[in-house]
Ligand binder design. Structure first.
Ligand code: 5RP
Length: 238
């Protein structure tokens, strides 16, 4: 049974990844390449199109993972210093609300993801049906990922608790101790329950010295593709 569900989720992810690349990517574009398991399907489609159509694009990664995907797929790797204006950024999300605000950072790459998204003309999100919510925090129960400078972690955990959140320091797997991001920072996952005003919450959290970035992506998304259980596709546009 679990295997069958996992399979349906993978089909849904693929449906979203392929649709985003087919609808948004054109020859000569500068692309942001997000992180996570759904983006893998978008990159695979990109590789397929470069082979079949001779499509030429420059790909700017958002993580160590996406750098590997770009390089291993034989795509052209670029960086933000050389290409500061990105046409389309294709990325995943942990949760999407009805206004297309996002929680991101489940994979720990929120800082680079937000920098790339904020320098892209269009942010296109690829996701499966489990990510589709009315309100942020309705389905994603692991909390908002917040990248922080390590020396501030105790103080920031106290501040998050004072704001009504339940903070947890994200720990590494296969290593004792905290997870270290690609940028050498820590991550706090802070559960604020259902978030009625994500814009306000984002602003408040960002005011604390030591907070590098939050996983709340507010009013940034152009379009979201949700692959469905039955293999169909739903999309929502800003
Ligand atoms: C990583 C992210 C990912 O895009 C997000 O966690 C979704 O990943 P997946 O497609 O594996 O569900 O924000 O920081």
């Amino acid at each position: 049974m679990k295997k069958k569900v996992d399979n349906l989720i993978e089909i849904a992810k693929k449906r979203a990844g392929v649709a985003a690349v087919d609808e948004f990517v054109r020859d000569g574009m500068i692309l942001g390449i997000g992180s996570g398991s759904t983006v893998v399907y978008a990159v695979n489609r990109l590789v397929e199109r470069t082979k079949n159509e001779g499509l030429k694009v420059i790909c700017i990664p958002t993580s160590f993972q996406s750098t590997q995907l770009i390089v291993n797929g034989g795509l052209t790797l670029g960086d933000l210093s050389r290409y500061p204006k990105i046409d389309v950024d294709i990325d995943g999300a942990d949760e999407v609300d009805e206004n297309l605000n996002l929680i991101k950072g489940g994979g720990g790459c929120l800082l680079q993801e937000k920098i790339i998204a904020s320098n892209s003309e269009k942010l296109v999100i690829v996701a499966d049906y489990r990510k589709d919510s009315k309100i942020l925090g309705e389905k994603w129960k692991k909390g908002i990922p917040i990248e922080i400078v390590s020396m501030a972690y105790v103080a920031l955990m106290k501040k998050m608790a004072k704001m009504g959140g339940s903070p947890v320091l994200r720990l590494a797997e296969k290593k004792v101790g905290p997870l270290i991001t690609d940028n050498g920072n820590f991550i706090l996952d802070v559960d604020f329950g259902e978030i009625s005003d994500p814009k306000m919450l984002n602003q408040k959290i960002k005011m604390f010295p030591g907070v590098v970035e939050t996983g709340l992506f507010i009013e940034m998304t152009e379009k979201v593709y949700f692959g469905q259980k039955d293999g169909s596709l739903i999309s929502r546009k800003r």
